[in-house]
Ligand binder design. Structure first.
Ligand code: HPA
Length: 277
């Protein structure tokens, strides 16, 4: 089948819908080490990415590569345990697939989570940032290529793509679950990776208004904005970004901080899902 047509995505969506008792309302895309939230989903139906027609395959070890459907805090959710990144070798256009499939399944809102490096020196490791906007200087877009008019317009607005109401809700929920770490609202600065940024890139990101840096989320968020989904993105600060502290960065440090925060991150996402309309 011709890739990136509406029929191409519909084949994935129809395969999934045929295996579910109902349509999912909210999609959760879980970042590095934040996967354990998927364990909380009740009456779960688990489907390997490899079994979904026309779907992408996962390559990152810490990502499970499964779609989990079921009930979370009273909502029927679709959860991607393991997401896809440009640095794995996918093209930006391919990265649109999961969100487009969710849209065709009836999903109306997406919660995107990620691990990120703190650029804002007032942030601390363990803090959570509610994304209020992003900066992506990498020229590519997941919407490059023929537009799918069924999903959204060729030229689409991104001025309030991170839904203000969901951002407010997330901050209220963080207050309620009593995080000992702080929750901020800030700007996510996208770098393609897989190398961590240089200290000079981090200084540039800070001057330009970035509060945190990461290698994911923006592709999914743009795809969701194109097709009119409500978006909430949450970043967990797993490390201070390059050059902030006199030490080197490592993937192990990021994973360890993610694992440490998994429980409270889970509690927060559950509270938010429960509170969503
Ligand atoms: N940079 C980019 N991506 C990241 C980082 C970082 O410092 N930490 C976690 N993901």
């Amino acid at each position: 089948m011709q890739p990136y047509t509406i029929e191409f995505y519909r084949a994935s969506a129809d395969y999934l819908l045929a295996r579910l008792p109902r349509k999912p309302e909210i999609a959760l895309v879980l970042g590095s080490s934040l996967g354990p939230l998927a364990d909380e989903i009740e009456d779960r139906i688990v489907i390997d990415y490899a079994d979904i027609p026309n779907f992408l395959r996962s390559t990152v070890e810490s990502h499970a590569g499964k779609m989990i459907f079921g009930r979370l805090a009273g909502k029927y959710v679709a959860c991607m345990s393991g997401r896809f990144h440009y640095y794995e070798g996918y093209e930006f256009e391919q990265l649109a697939a999961p969100i487009r499939v969710f849209k065709l399944m009836g999903v109306r809102a997406a919660i995107l989570t990620n691990a990120a490096g703190a650029v804002n020196t007032a942030y601390r490791v363990g803090d959570i940032m509610v994304v209020k906007d992003h900066i992506k200087l990498a020229g590519m877009s997941p919407m490059r290529g023929p537009n799918l008019d069924e999903l959204g317009p060729r030229f689409f607005d991104t001025s309030e793509m991170y839904a203000p109401a969901l951002r407010t809700l997330a901050l209220e929920c963080a207050e309620r679950v009593g995080q000992k770490y702080r929750t901020h609202e800030g700007v996510y600065f996208y770098f393609a990776g897989p190398q961590f940024e240089t200290p000079a890139e981090i200084r540039a990101a800070r001057i330009l208004g970035g509060d945190a840096v990461g290698m994911s989320t923006v592709t999914e968020a743009l795809t969701a904005a194109h097709c009119g989904m409500d978006i909430l993105a949450l970043s967990l600060m797993t490390n201070m970004a390059a050059g902030v502290l006199p030490q080197r960065l490592s993937g192990e440090e990021v994973s360890a901080a993610g694992a440490e925060a998994a429980q409270r991150f889970k509690a927060l996402v559950r509270e938010i899902v429960g509170a969503m309309a």
